[in-house]
Design a protein around this ligand. Structure first.
Ligand SMILES: [Zn+2]
Ligand SMILES: [Zn+2]
Length: 350
């Protein structure tokens, strides 16, 4: 465990942010100044259907924080939102989702299905934008937790004051439906799970009189994080090389997701060990009956083991060990105060 913790560099990231290039309320430099006030290492911007901030040369390091620029695509009905990173060419938003998913793949990009199971009818101005095209499998990942979707879906007339006053505490858990789809997909192939904030800095009008910025960027950035584990260090000398490291870790699923409100998860680690060696989150190891899964939690907490989509075990503590009795895909969730704090990607024992 200690060896793995020293072999890998950990970086804490914010994924899925909108700026004034689409419907966000702050400019890219303003957003990056806010990110620099927090313990963030990288941020991935995804304005709607445009790579203009990238073409304008805004990608790169802003003091301590690396900015990668992609976009969020949608179809002509404004459904099937798709985060596309690591591409240098804009994609025609008029083509069907199956085609833009394939196009991102053909361009060598990183494609992630955004808020796949969005479902709400409580705000007429913001209908749900779910994913409906599960017939394609050329995507790399899915956003298993979207902060803005969860906040808006849970909004009712009776709780809206509480939710406006406590935006971070209203973010509780990813959707079970999404986790089930993610687990099922991973039993067929690797599909990375990421957490997105979907930050816009939107204003919210309460009772038509008071206007409040509910999710200021600074608040969004202190909720759902995607943490990556990389063998290489971000050198800060070559932006493209550094972004390649970030995108590779995400593609490989060498990452985990946390809710920052419940504590800093940077120190988390999950790996598998047996006589063949070891594998960290996202990696594979040949299965043998001596395989042990190890978890290091940043602080003692309850950790649930999910194997092939089913809860198979749970333990309490900081350093945990789970024996595994059969091959498959395994992930863990560490809970604090009975809510998910850290969700790992899958380790594959084949
Ligand atoms: Zn969206
Ligand atoms: Zn979005």
């Amino acid at each position: 465990m200690n060896e793995a913790k020293t072999t890998y560099h950990h970086y804490s990231g914010i994924i899925h942010v909108h700026s004034t290039y689409s419907d966000g309320q702050r400019s890219v430099p303003e957003i990056m100044a806010i990110a620099n006030e927090l313990d963030i290492d990288f941020l991935l911007l995804s304005d709607h259907n445009t790579l203009r901030p990238k073409f304008d040369g805004l990608e790169g390091w802003y003091d301590r924080v690396l900015l990668g620029i992609g976009c969020e695509l949608n179809d002509h009905l404004d459904q099937n939102h798709y985060l596309a990173f690591d591409i240098d060419e804009e994609i025609d938003p008029e083509i069907p989702p199956e085609e833009y998913v394939q196009k991102v793949r053909d361009l060598g990009g990183l494609g992630i299905i955004a808020h796949p199971n969005e479902n709400r009818d409580n705000i007429a101005k913001y209908p749900p934008y779910p994913w409906t095209k599960w017939n394609t499998d050329a995507f790399d990942g899915i956003e298993i937790w979207n902060q803005m979707s969860e906040w808006m879906e849970g909004l009712t007339h009776t709780n809206k004051f509480w939710r406006v006053l406590h935006p971070r505490r209203s973010i509780v858990a990813p959707k079970t439906e999404t986790l089930e789809i993610w687990d099922a997909l991973n039993q067929k192939r690797k599909v990375v799970g990421v957490g997105g904030v979907d930050a816009h800095g939107h204003l919210h009008r309460l009772m038509g009189i008071i206007t409040i910025r509910v999710f200021r960027y600074k608040i969004s950035f202190r909720t759902i994080r995607t943490h990556i584990l990389c063998k290489e260090k971000l050198g800060k000398e070559n932006v493209r090389a550094d972004l390649r490291i970030v995108y590779k870790a995400i593609r490989e699923a060498n990452c985990f997701i946390s809710h920052q409100l419940l504590g800093d998860a940077s120190d988390f680690m999950f790996l598998a060990e047996n006589e063949h060696g070891s594998a960290i989150i996202g990696d594979s190891l040949p299965w043998t009956k001596n395989t042990v899964l190890r978890v290091h939690n940043p602080t003692a907490a309850k950790t649930v083991l999910i194997g092939n989509g089913k809860v198979v075990d749970y333990r309490n503590g900081q350093q945990l060990e789970f024996p595994v009795t059969e091959p498959g895909v395994y992930r863990v969730e560490t809970h604090i105060k009975n809510r998910p704090w850290i969700l790992s990607n899958h380790i594959r024992l084949q």
